[in-house]
Design a protein around this ligand. Structure first.
Ligand code: SAH
Length: 218
C-alpha cells in the first residue's frame, strides 16, 4: 500500500479547513476523524490525487465515494456518542465507515455488491479497523441478532423510508437517510424517543440508488 505522504496530509488539512470547517461543521470528533483518515486509500490509485477534492469520485461498479462535505454533514447530524453501535447501509469505498469507526464503539456496515464488500474488508483489515463489522447483503433487510442500533446511516437514495430500518432504531436512536427520486433527494433525519418517531429535513442531496427489497428495484 502507498505510504501516507506529506503531500496527502497537507491536501487533507486543506480539505478539512476549506470544505468542512468553512462550511460550518463544528463537531470536533468529525473534524479530527477527517483530518486523520487517508481518504486516498479509499479510491483507485489513478484517482488518489483527486481524493481530497470537493466532489464525489467513482469507485467502480457505477458507485461513488461521497463528497467529503456530505460525509461530514451526515456524520455530525447523527450526534454520535462514544459507546454507540452504528449501522451503515452502503459500504461503498469504506470511507464513511472508517470515519464512523474513529468516533464510536462499533460500526456495522452492509454492502450489496460483492466486489466492493470484499475490497473494503481487506482495506479495513490492512488499516486495522477492528471495530468495523462488514456484511454482504441487502441492507434494507434486518441484520439478524444485532439490532437495535443507536444510529443508522443510509448512504444511498431511497424512494421511501424502509420500515425495516426504522424498526432497528433504538429508543434515543438517530437515523439519516436520503429520500426522493433517482435524480435528487432530501436528507431526512429521524429520531426515536419514548413517544415515537420524529422527522425533520436537513437539505437537498444526490446519491446513487438504494437497491433492494425496501428500496428501488434494479
Ligand atoms: N458510504 C459510501 C458511499 C457508497 S455509495 C462511501 O463512503 O464510499 C452507495 C453504496 O450503497 C454503493 O456501494 C451501493 O452498492 C450500496 N447499496 C445500494 N443499495 C444497497 C442495499 N440495499 N444494501 C446495501 N448496500 C447498498
Amino acid at each position: 500500500m502507498v505510504k501516507d505522504s506529506k503531500k496527502f496530509e497537507s491536501l487533507r488539512d486543506d480539505m478539512v479547513k476549506w470544505q468542512i470547517e468553512a462550511r460550518g461543521i463544528t463537531d470536533i470528533r468529525v473534524l479530527n476523524a477527517m483530518r486523520k483518515i487517508p481518504r486516498h486509500f479509499f479510491v483507485s490509485e489513478a484517482l488518489m490525487d483527486q481524493a481530497y477534492g470537493d466532489f464525489p469520485l467513482p469507485i467502480g461498479e457505477q458507485q461513488t465515494i461521497s463528497q467529503p462535505f456530505i460525509v461530514a454533514e451526515m456524520t455530525q447530524a447523527l450526534a454520535l456518542k462514544k459507546g454507540d453501535r452504528v449501522l451503515e447501509i452502503g459500504t461503498g469505498s469504506g470511507y464513511q465507515a472508517a470515519i464512523l469507526a474513529e468516533i464510536v464503539y462499533r460500526v456495522y456496515t452492509v454492502e450489496r455488491i460483492f466486489s466492493l464488500y470484499k475490497k473494503c474488508r481487506q482495506l479495513f483489515d490492512s488499516l486495522q479497523y477492528h471495530n468495523i463489522v462488514t456484511r454482504y447483503s441487502d441492507g434494507t433487510n434486518i441484520w439478524p441478532g444485532e439490532s437495535p442500533f443507536d444510529a443508522i446511516l443510509v448512504t444511498a437514495g431511497a424512494p421511501r423510508i424502509p420500515e425495516n430500518l426504522v424498526s432497528q432504531l433504538a429508543v434515543g436512536g438517530r437515523m439519516i437517510i436520503p429520500v426522493g427520486n433517482t435524480h435528487s433527494q432530501e436528507l431526512i433525519k429521524l429520531i426515536r424517543d419514548e413517544n415515537g418517531i420524529h422527522q425533520s429535513v436537513l437539505g437537498g442531496c444526490r446519491f446513487v440508488k438504494l437497491i433492494g427489497e425496501q428500496g428501488w428495484k434494479e
